[in-house]
Design a binder for this molecule. Structure first.
Ligand code: PEP
Ligand code: CO
Length: 447
């Protein structure tokens, strides 16, 4: 492997500082695992990555909208059929709302089948006076608060690969095997609590879609697009040893693709221009994203473009802005204006989650749905005022009725957070809150 990767310079990142990497206790053990990963089959094909790139190019042109979402941190225990189905169901419902009410083609990308590693703002976690290494995602160490569990274990990289494989297999089966058929629009809503406001609103829309489908069938039209959906996987490529081990040279083009996911992104904490992540990403040919927080300067954004998309290929580079509801209207305009003036072909996506996290009095990390909605509204205002395309949203959600974010149709208060708080990292929107958001985005899009 190393001769090939040297020739393609996939090792170039190793000479640079790599933020947020685990402190593996046994380097030889890591090397063994990396060698094994290097021999395993790809999880996705380069051709599929190119297909997503083409769809993201349509987003750049203002002809489509991205819906990207899933857990903040997937867990190995969470890779069950029920879990994956519930997440897909929520995503499909949101996509239908956007397509039907927003009247725009939706590019569906999961934070799924690989989202197992987390950057942390603190290296350690302290509970009741005991300080241990922070949890860095199931790909690295264990969530349990014990010294043993928090030791980084390279065997977890292999487990992440296999867990990604079963998850992606399920996702492919659900989206291609009939479950995503438009005739299922009601079925996706069935187990939604009958009196749920978002569920009721959705049911009305599903009835309209039914009528439209019946009309089309009567006319003799039954297009293939109604029976399955294109669905793509993505994760933050944080642990570079893992993503490099899963990078393969595409036989069609001779170019390297990270075949652990269709799209990968660089996080807010690892987007240093002279850092290892940006260097590694500059070598792979997948469609990629970069998270941009409120401190990003236009010069930094332009330098990232130079490094990551020097040929200015539309669909190659997506900027995922995560400013915070109180900052987006102040900081986003200059960024978008200068990037647009440079002629760069960029898809702009709004992550309304990561700039809006706070700690509730109970100690739970949470977010207000109102702040999430407000950041999305600010995102649309800024892009509309500049004549640029609000290209999508990137969110953390789950298909279950968790109580991790406050607000929503079934008003969750700060005091309710303990009822069902299950996330391994950041607070996720539950199903009702996700649908509320989708309806709001569809209104903003149309408006
Ligand atoms: C995340 O997406 O879970 C995350 C850590 O985001 P960011 O890099 O934007 O903070
Ligand atoms: Co998160």
């Amino acid at each position: 492997m190393s001769a090939l990767s040297n020739s393609l310079n996939l090792d170039s990142w190793r000479a640079l500082p790599a933020a947020q990497q685990p402190d593996w206790p046994d380097r030889a053990e890591l090397d063994k695992v990396v060698a094994e990963l290097g021999g395993l089959p790809p999880l996705v094909f380069a051709g599929e990555c190119d297909q997503l790139k083409d769809q993201l190019a349509a987003v750049v042109r203002g002809e489509a909208f991205v819906l990207q979402g899933g857990d903040c941190a997937e867990t190995f225990a969470g890779a069950t059929a029920d879990n994956v189905r519930n997440k897909l169901k929520t995503l499909l419902q949101m996509a239908i709302v956007l397509t039907y009410a927003g009247k725009v083609p939706v590019v569906k990308i999961g934070r799924l089948a690989g989202q197992f590693a987390k950057p942390r703002s603190k290296n350690t976690e302290t509970r009741a006076g005991i300080e241990l290494p922070a949890y860095r995602g199931d790909m690295v160490n264990g969530f349990d608060f014990t010294p043993e569990s928090r030791i980084p274990d390279p065997a977890r990289l292999l487990k992440a690969y296999h867990s990604s494989a079963v998850t992606l297999n399920l996702a492919r089966a659900f989206t291609k095997g009939g479950y995503a058929d438009l005739r299922q629009v009601h079925a996706w809503n069935q187990d939604f609590v009958a009196e749920s406001p978002a569920g009721r609103r959705y049911e009305q829309l599903a009835r309209e879609i039914d009528q439209a489908l019946a009309f089309m069938r009567a006319c003799g039209a039954d297009p293939e697009e109604f029976h399955s959906v294109e669905y793509y996987s993505s994760h933050e490529a944080l642990i570079l040893d893992y993503d490099q081990a899963l990078t393969r040279v595409d036989s069609r083009t001779g170019l390297p693709y990270d075949v652990s996911a269709h799209m990968v992104w660089i996080g807010e904490r690892t987007r240093q221009l002279d850092g290892a992540h940006v260097e590694f990403f500059s070598r792979i040919r997948n469609p990629i994203g970069v998270k941009l927080g409120p401190t990003t300067t236009p010069d930094e954004a332009l330098a990232l473009i130079d490094k990551l998309n020097p040929d200015n290929v539309p669909g190659r580079l997506t900027f995922i802005t995560r400013m915070g509801a109180s900052k987006i209207r102040e900081f986003l305009p200059t960024l978008v204006k200068e990037v647009t003036a440079s002629g760069a072909q960029i898809a702009w996506i709004c992550d309304p989650m990561h700039g809006n996290t706070f700690e509730a009095p109970s100690g739970h990390k949470t977010r207000r749905l109102d702040d999430v909605l407000d950041e999305v509204a600010g995102f649309f205002e800024v892009h509309r005022s500049l004549g640029t395309h609000p290209g999508g949203i990137h969110i953390e959600f789950t298909g279950d009725d968790v109580t991790e974010c406050v607000g929503g149709g079934h008003e969750i208060a700060e005091g309710d957070l303990a009822t069902r708080y299950e996330t391994a990292c950041d607070p996720r929107l539950n199903r009702g809150q996700s649908l509320d958001l989708a309806f709001r985005v569809a209104e903003l899009y149309r408006g």
